[in-house]
Design a protein around this ligand. Structure first.
Ligand SMILES: NC(=O)CC[C@H](N)C(=O)O
Length: 222
């Protein structure tokens, strides 16, 4: 199984995401933002957290214009799997791969703590290792994690069962307590909390590991 992790100037969770993929059994290739293509035979691309391009303009806005993001868009348009964590989620919304936007936290402060995350659907390759309704402990670390979408988009996400995770206690003002969403074909996940920071006993929590294990279970060659 092959995963790629995109690296932007300012990414700081790229290695963590790579290790989480590796521990689940993926071979991982790091891909630089200036590369115009993804490795052949890829099973999933990870867009990591961090401060791409210093968060200038808007978090993820400049990264979304990079050569590699054009390749990520094409990969998802072909039905390829992708997941974006934190800044990666911001980038996926800026590319238009996922709907909505991440605004400044309602309290205008950077928040770094472990939060209770409710699994809203187990119907995806990312969340099938959990039961809907499970509350898991996953760290957040962001100042722009306030998910916004207009009412029509929120209704569509709910109707299509595309809300992956909600916050048990909303830390940032996100519409509908939304912490993570799925694409229409359920093959792209964007989430603000960091499952790769709770994927190993050394992290102090392992609730994120089931996400990577589930992915590996589905994407493993038969
Ligand atoms: N951990 C992250 O990816 C941070 C994302 C972004 N720089 C923010 O603070 O909102």
């Amino acid at each position: 199984m092959r995963a790629a992790v995109v690296v932007f100037p300012g990414s700081n969770c790229d290695r963590d995401l790579a290790v989480a993929f590796e521990q689940a059994g993926f071979d991982v290739t790091m891909v630089w933002h200036k590369d115009a293509s993804l490795p052949a035979g890829l099973d999933i691309v990870g867009v990591p957290g961090g401060f791409s391009y210093g968060d200038y303009l808007r978090c993820g806005a400049i990264a979304a214009q990079s050569p590699i993001c054009k390749a990520v868009v094409e990969h998802t348009e072909r039905g390829g799997y992708a997941m974006g964590v934190c800044n990666g989620f911001q980038i996926l919304t800026e590319t238009g791969i996922l709907p909505g936007a991440l605004l400044r936290n309602a309290g205008l402060k950077y928040i770094c703590k472990t939060v209770g995350l409710k699994v809203a659907t187990s119907d995806s390759v990312f969340t099938q290792g959990y039961n809907a309704g499970d509350v898991i402990g996953i760290p957040i670390a962001h100042h722009d994690g306030n998910y916004y979408a207009d009412d029509k988009t929120l209704a569509m996400l709910r109707d299509q069962d595309r809300v992956a995770f909600t916050y048990a206690e909303n830390p940032n003002g996100s519409c509908g307590d939304i912490a993570g969403i799925l694409s229409e074909n359920r093959r792209v996940l964007g989430m603000m909390p960091h499952p790769e920071r709770a994927a190993d006993a050394g992290h102090g929590g392992t609730d994120g590991a089931a996400l990577f294990r589930a992915l590996a279970g589905v994407l493993a060659p038969a």
